[in-house]
Design a protein around this ligand. Structure first.
Ligand SMILES: Nc1ncnc2c1ncn2[C@@H]1O[C@H](COP(=O)(O)OP(=O)(O)OP(=O)(O)O)[C@@H](O)[C@H]1O
Length: 325
């Protein structure tokens, strides 16, 4: 387990992490969410003893990181991709880590194989792409076969196959009974991967709950209805005391989970329905709803104002560049 107790970090006047208390448990994937600058990386750095808390405490299986003997065998972490010497090969980088943590050299081959880097094991890492870098970072985290794994934005730079691979890997690590703590900005990805969520905003804990509970608590459930007899259905619903809102696209929406009641009313009054579907907002919508007040960095427009229209020849050149890339 990872236990945070009143964990606080100040940088001058800035409170990056504010009295954070929670427990990250084994056997599940715990997603760590928060807007930019919420304090996720700072929290992870304090867990690994890379930053000293201003107040509070953080323990890994009951101990501080610096009390762990051969720490890589307790907790493996991917914090920053490319945290290695660029002139060293992937294999040598992992061998150094293994030797300093009492891990047998044979394990290096196993983890290189597990992350799909065997064919480039002897290549210098300076030529690695972002995705290869992420894979090498993950190999380092797995090296000590630890009970606890922590990943900061692990799918950054990975292609769809890589994203699929890491999603399944995290789930199977949790299924083996390990603790998996992972931060991500990709809500759709978290919705597929995490069982439990810890959400922070401006350093404070906003939620510590299971994924279904988080969505249910922070998002609107409603029923969407399509009917060719809209006015008739509106009358029927009104008589039953149900308020329906008309949408611009011709559908009706009714708040709450009343689909059975609406279906029965429609049948009784012989109103034809083309759609009657319960809807629940996505994790992304729930997250935006919860963190709306703690977002520090706002964009002020969906698209930047248009610069002077480029000449047609220039536009064609951009098109060509885009196709080449
Ligand atoms: N070494 C530092 N010195 C001063 N301020 C810092 C330092 N490290 C982090 N901060 C500040 O602390 C806050 C939390 O930063 P942190 O990187 O932990 O957030 P985050 O949730 O990981 O953000 P992101 O999602 O953008 O990576 C930010 O306002 C950041 O500017």
């Amino acid at each position: 387990m990872i236990e945070l107790e009143g964990l606080t970090k100040r940088y001058g006047d800035k409170v990056a992490v504010n009295n954070l208390t929670c427990t990250v448990r084994p056997g599940i994937v715990t997603g760590f969410l928060g807007p930019n600058g919420a304090g996720k990386s700072t929290t992870m750095r304090m867990i690994l003893g890379l930053d000293r808390p201003t107040a509070g405490d953080v323990r890994i299986d009951g101990k501080h990181y610096d009390q762990l003997k051969d720490p890589l065998t307790y907790i493996g972490a991917l914090l920053e991709a490319k945290a290695w010497h660029p002139g060293r090969s992937a294999r040598n980088h992992l061998l150094c880590l293994a030797q300093s943590n009492g891990i047998p050299d044979s394990r290096v081959r196993e983890v290189l194989d597990a992350v799909g880097l065997t064919s480039v094991a002897r290549k210098k890492t300076k030529g690695f792409s972002m995705g290869m870098g992420q894979r090498l970072g993950i190999a380092g985290a797995l090296l000590g076969d630890p009970r606890i794994l922590m990943f900061d934005e692990p799918v950054n730079g990975l292609d769809p196959e890589g994203i699929h691979w890491i999603r399944n890997m995290m789930k199977s690590l949790a299924a083996q009974g390990r603790t998996v703590f992972v931060s991500s900005h990709l809500m759709s990805e978290m919705a597929l991967t995490a069982d439990h969520l810890v959400v922070i905003g401006q350093g404070r804990l906003l939620a510590d709950t299971s994924m279904p509970e988080f969505i249910a608590r922070n998002s609107r459930a409603y029923v969407r209805i399509r009917t060719p007899q809209r006015e008739r259905l509106l009358d029927v619903l009104q008589q039953a005391g149900i308020t329906a809102v008309q949408n611009g696209n011709g559908t009706l929406e009714v708040d709450g989970g009343k689909s059975e009641q609406i279906g029965e009313l429609a049948a009784r009054h012989q109103v034809v329905l083309h759609e009657l579907s319960p809807q629940q907002a996505s994790l992304e919508e729930a997250f935006m709803q919860l963190t709306a007040e703690s977002v520090e960095y706002h964009a002020h427009a969906e698209a930047p104002p248009q610069a002077q229209a480029p000449a047609r020849a220039q536009q064609q050149q951009w098109g060509a560049d885009w196709r080449r890339s």
